[in-house]
Design a binder for this molecule. Structure first.
Ligand code: PRP
Length: 174
């Protein structure tokens, strides 16, 4: 059976916002290079689109983590499924996420990546659900959209591994 998906943020709006955030990042990192860390799988679409909109030199690396949780809740106990290929020492690291929910994944990631001595670490997310935050200490530097607590898909976000490729942000009407 096909799921019903309601458009929450249309494609054009997402594209314009990614462009705007890319410009801000380019200004903030003027004279430096930025090392983007894409958190797989959800972060991949946003990372690629964002990277195209950044005008300072960009390098990319990928990490895959899995959260030991019960279904939709992340537990904060995160297992590294695929580690980064490159060292981080001295780099200006920007972690790119599709969504921040409880903040547990990111809180854990920041702690382990800090130990690798980057010059600094900032966070960029496509979506944020501030009402769901448990880890209040997680500071997000760049947020494209703050959204209510709805089941969102598209632009990298999945429902049962489907819909990551939608070019807009949608809500699954269950
Ligand atoms: C999502 C998202 C974040 C995490 C956010 O990943 O990409 O990594 O959950 O949740 P939190 O703030 O509550 O920790 P998910 O585990 O769905 O994996 P996926 O990107 O491969 O779909």
């Amino acid at each position: 059976m096909e799921d019903k998906i309601r458009v929450l943020i249309p494609e054009q709006e997402v594209d314009e916002k990614v462009k705007e955030i890319g410009k801000r990042i380019s200004e903030d990192y003027a004279g430096k290079s930025v090392h983007l860390i894409c958190v797989l799988k959800g972060g991949v679409f946003f990372t690629c689109e964002l990277a195209k909109r950044i005008s300072v030199p960009v390098s990319l690396d990928f990490m895959s983590v899995s959260s030991y949780g019960s279904g939709t809740e992340s537990s904060g106990v995160v297992k590294i499924v695929k580690d980064l290929d490159e060292p981080l020492a001295g780099k200006h690291v920007l972690i790119v996420e599709d969504i921040i929910d409880s903040g547990r994944t990111l809180s854990y990631l920041i702690e382990i990546l800090k130990q690798r001595n980057p010059a600094d670490i900032r966070i960029c997310t496509l979506l944020d659900k501030p009402s769901r935050r448990v880890k209040k200490e997680v500071q997000v530097d760049y947020t494209c959209f703050s959204i209510p607590d709805e089941f969102v898909v598209g632009y990298g976000l999945d429902y049962d591994q489907k819909y990551r490729n939608l070019p807009y942000i949608g809500v699954v009407e269950l």
